[in-house]
Each structure stands twice: as structure tokens, then as C-alpha cells.
Design a protein around this ligand. Structure first.
Ligand code: FES
Length: 148
């Protein structure tokens, strides 16, 4: 089924938006700009309206996800203990920008506001496994082992 066919399999009404977004996300792992354009046209709503909704639907990704998902905590305790330095180190070492996937598709770098493990800050999740008391050196080492 093409993305267009998926979109058009739903009723042509605004209430279909959530369902279309979820199905496209589950099918492709992300929603492309072209998908947004086609959904907007089909449902007769603006692309801007869809983008506003997407800010609240955290499960929807706007670009293809990497093989490895890294989530660095940017909550207050983790920031205080150096999570920005961890993000910078990952960006530099793996050629990826915060909120994006590296060009080689190996890594997606995301952030989160809190893992509720503040006393073990800074925390970084790699492919669903949480690492605590991280340093930029320790997390780069862990990522090199996981990714390569
Ligand atoms: S602030 Fe990072 S786990 Fe709470």
C-alpha cells in the first residue's frame, strides 16, 4: 500500500488525522513532508495545523530514525551535571545534530526532559537501556561499542 493509499483509506474528515498519522508512523517509521502535504490536501486542512498537532504527538517522527536511538536527558539536574557537554560530544563524534539522524543512518540523537532518575544524573538512554552518572567520555565509549 502506498502512503497515498493509506491516507485515502480513511474518511475524508478532520477526525481521521490522528489515525492517518499513526498508521503512517507505524508503517514507515516517520512522516515525510510529502505525507503532510498529501494529508493536508486530502483532509482539507492546512499543513501548519498538522505541524502544530505534531508538536504534541511525541510518537510521530519527522525523519527516518537511525538504527540506534540515543536520548540525552536535558532536565535541570542532568543539565547541571553536564548533559550539554554529552550532547556536544555525541554530535562531534558521530556527526549527528540534536533532534536528527546521522547521514549514515546509524544514530538518532534525541533529548528528553527527565527520566525520573535525577539523583543519578546525567542520564542517557541508548536503544532503550538507561545509563546513569554518564560523562561525555563514558557515553562516547558506550556508543562506539553499540554502534560499530
Ligand atoms: S533531570 Fe535528568 S533524569 Fe531527571
Amino acid at each position: 500500500m502506498t502512503n497515498k493509499e493509506i491516507i485515502e483509506s480513511y474518511k475524508k474528515e478532520k477526525e481521521s488525522l490522528y489515525f492517518i498519522l499513526d498508521e503512517l508512523q507505524n508503517t514507515n517509521g516517520f512522516i515525510s513532508k510529502n505525507d503532510i502535504m498529501e494529508i493536508a490536501e486530502y483532509l482539507g486542512i492546512s499543513e501548519k495545523e498538522i505541524m502544530i498537532l505534531l508538536k504534541y504527538k511525541k510518537n510521530i517522527k519527522l525523519e527516518k530514525q537511525g538504527k540506534n536511538i540515543v536520548v540525552v536527558c536535558k532536565g535541570p539536574n542532568c543539565l547541571k551535571k553536564g548533559s550539554i557537554n554529552i550532547i556536544k560530544a555525541i554530535e562531534k563524534e558521530f556527526n549527528v545534530k540534536e533532534g536528527h539522524t546521522s547521514l549514515d543512518g546509524r544514530i538518532t540523537l534525541e533529548t528528553k526532559n527527565c527520566f525520573k532518575k535525577c539523583s543519578f544524573a546525567p542520564n542517557v538512554e541508548v536503544n532503550g537501556k538507561l545509563y546513569s552518572n554518564c560523562t561525555k567520555e563514558s557515553i562516547v565509549k558506550i556508543l562506539k561499542n553499540v554502534i560499530y
